[in-house]
Ligand binder design. Structure first.
Ligand code: DGL
Length: 261
C-alpha cells in the first residue's frame, strides 16, 4: 500500500493527486488531527511525530511512505530516510525540481508555514541546483486555519491572501511554490492575487509525478504495492472538519478510522 501521512487534513490534496496519477493503487492515509498543526511546533517535536506516523503506516501495511506534510518534510526527512528501509518520498524536492523547470527568470517565491520557511529548506535546495536563482520565502500562518474553517472563497480570505502575496508581487517572481498542504485548496485565489503570469507549483501534484516517475524508472518495483482501488483513512482525532474537507477535496464520502498514536 502507498502510505501517506500529514499533520491533519491538508495531505488529502496529496491523496487526490496520487489517486489521479497512480489510479487504482491501495492507499493508507494517516492524518494527525489530534496534534495538528505541526507548522507552529518545534523541530524536535515534528521529527518525533513523523517517526511515530511512519511506524504506524508501516505496521499497517504501507510499503512506501509519502510525507505529505511540508513541515514534516522540511525537518524530518533526513532522519526518516536514515531509519526506514522502504522508498520514502517527501514534498519539497519534487516542487523544487518542477519550479526550476518552469521558471524562466529564476525569481521564485515560496510560501509555507512558519516552521517550513524558518527551515530554509526550499531556498537551500533551489540554490543547490541553481546558485543564481533568487528565492523569496514568506510564512503565511493564517492560511491553514482559514482552510480548516472552510473559508475557501470568503472576502476575508481573499484579503489576507492579497496581503501575504504583496511582498512577492513587488519582487516580480515568475514562479510561486505552494509549500504547504493546505494552499492548493486556495489555488484559484492565490493565482488571481499573484497574477496570471506567475506559474504556481503545487507540491501535491509535484510529488505524485515523482512517485509515478519512480515506478516507471524501476520496472517491477510496484509489485510491492497492492492494486484494489482501496483507500483507508486513519486519524488521531475524528473531527467534523476532516469529514467535510475530505468530501470536498476527494469528491466522495470517506470513512474515518480512529487510532491512538
Ligand atoms: N501540513 C502542514 C504543512 O504542509 C500544514 C498544517 C500544519 O501546520 O500542520 O506544512
Amino acid at each position: 500500500m502507498i502510505g501517506i501521512f500529514d499533520s491533519g487534513l491538508g495531505g488529502l490534496t496529496v491523496v487526490r493527486s496520487i489517486m489521479k496519477h497512480l489510479a487504482g493503487y491501495d492507499i493508507i492515509y494517516f492524518g494527525d488531527t489530534a496534534r495538528t498543526p505541526y507548522g507552529t511546533k518545534s523541530r524536535e517535536t515534528v521529527i518525533r511525530y513523523a517517526h511515530q506516523n511512519t511506524e504506524f503506516l508501516l505496521d499497517n501495511g504501507a510499503n512506501i511512505i509519502i510525507i505529505a506534510c511540508n513541515t514534516a518534510s522540511s525537518v524530518a526527512t533526513d532522519s526518516i530516510l536514515e531509519k526506514y528501509n522502504v522508498p520514502i518520498f517527501e514534498v519539497i524536492s519534487p516542487a523544487v525540481e518542477l519550479s526550476l523547470k518552469m521558471s524562466k527568470k529564476y525569481r521564485i517565491g515560496v510560501i509555507g508555514t512558519r516552521a517550513t520557511i524558518k527551515s530554509g529548506i526550499y531556498e537551500k535546495k533551489i540554490k543547490d541546483q541553481n546558485a543564481e536563482a533568487k528565492v523569496y520565502s514568506y510564512p503565511c500562518p493564517l492560511l491553514v486555519p482559514l482552510v480548516e474553517e472552510g473559508w475557501l472563497a470568503k472576502p476575508e480570505t481573499r484579503m489576507i491572501v492579497k496581503k501575504y502575496l504583496l511582498p512577492l508581487k513587488t519582487r516580480q517572481i515568475d514562479t510561486l511554490i505552494l509549500g504547504c498542504t493546505h494552499y492548493p485548496l486556495l489555488k484559484k485565489i492565490i493565482q488571481q492575487k499573484i497574477g496570471k503570469r506567475v506559474t504556481i507549483i503545487d507540491s501535491s501534484i509535484a510529488v505524485a509525478g515523482k512517485v509515478k516517475e519512480y515506478f516507471e524508472n524501476n520496472p517491477g518495483a510496484d509489485k510491492i504495492l497492492t492494486r484494489n482501488g482501496k483507500t483507508r483513512f486513519f486519524v488521531s482525532d475524528v473531527t467534523e472538519q476532516f469529514e467535510k474537507i475530505a468530501k470536498s477535496t476527494l469528491y466522495q464520502n470517506v470513512q474515518l478510522e480512529h487510532v491512538k498514536i
